[in-house]
Design a protein around this ligand. Structure first.
Ligand code: F6R
Length: 261
């Protein structure tokens, strides 16, 4: 698990976009796992810039989103289908048939979840998964108590997540209670994981994920089990880490790191 701390959200966005671009450039038909929410917006803006100004090519890339609200149709402004279309897909040269976002309106969720898992496998597995983290420590919508071996399924959102996400809806009552989400086990099978977090409201969850024991009570702590996971944090999100100085020292001593003044 690598922890990288930056001063600003912009720096997290640039650094994580560079990692995504690097994987696309070394494997043009890579499979990219995507997250929604506020955190990856800067990353998506930078990927769009790289596509428009530097020719970053998505024409052979396939994508799989982590989750979708149950009951929201793809054209609902708060659906994750809509979010991804508006904030990334419509600005890049991705082929629509290569885009996968869980269905919030299927008539058979069980069959859909199995199909989604199979589809990931058919595409060769996820090469790089982008993650955010909930203030309750969730990754995707794997709320506290989710099995660390869980697969794509329907999950009931926690009260904390409903409160956090109410900012996107007219009123709290409009936030769906259920989501369809990749499981922790599904996420852990990606070859590379990057988790982005900014802001003081993520500081406790980040400390639980990095420095406390692996536990289903903070599903992001499962990243400790992954052989290639990197967390991009701003100083606020990193503010409760006990070993913060050590992580910064490791970063400064990395081969190729800028010499300190
Ligand atoms: C969204 C997702 C969630 C978010 C998390 C943080 O696809 O999987 O786990 O990453 O809830 O959301 P923001 O970035 O809005 O704080």
């Amino acid at each position: 698990m690598e922890v990288v701390i930056y001063r600003t959200y912009e720096e997290i966005s640039m650094a994580s976009a560079a990692v995504v671009a690097d994987v696309i450039n070394s494997k043009p038909n890579m499979v990219l796992g995507l997250a929604t929410g506020s955190t990856p917006l800067g990353l998506y803006t930078e990927l769009i810039r790289m596509h428009k100004e530097e020719g970053l090519d998505f024409s052979h890339v396939s994508t799989f989103n982590l989750d979708e609200y149950v009951g929201l149709s793809p054209d609902h402004p708060q659906s994750y289908h809509y979010f991804m279309h508006e904030n990334l897909f419509k600005h890049i040269n991705i082929e629509p048939q290569n885009v996968h976002v869980p269905s919030g309106t299927t008539s058979n969720y069980h069959a859909f979840c199995q199909w989604y898992e199979n589809r990931i496998e058919e595409c060769g597995g996820i090469d790089l998964q982008v993650l955010g983290i909930g203030s309750d420590g969730h990754i995707a919508f794997n709320e506290p108590g989710s099995s660390l071996g869980s697969r794509t399924r329907i999950k009931t959102l926690s009260k904390e997540t409903i409160d956090d996400n109410a900012r996107f809806f007219d009123k709290r009552e409009d936030v769906p209670i259920y989501a369809i989400t990749m499981g922790v086990g599904t996420v852990l099978e990606a070859r590379k994981l990057i988790l982005l977090a900014n802001g003081a409201n993520k500081a406790k969850a980040i400390t639980d994920a990095i420095e406390n024991p692996v536990s289903s009570m903070c599903t992001a702590s499962a990243l400790q089990l992954h052989p290639d996971s990197t967390l991009f944090l701003d100083t606020d999100a990193a503010s409760q880490l006990k070993m913060r100085e050590y992580y910064e020292w490791i970063q400064a001593k990395k081969p190729g790191a800028p010499a300190s003044s």
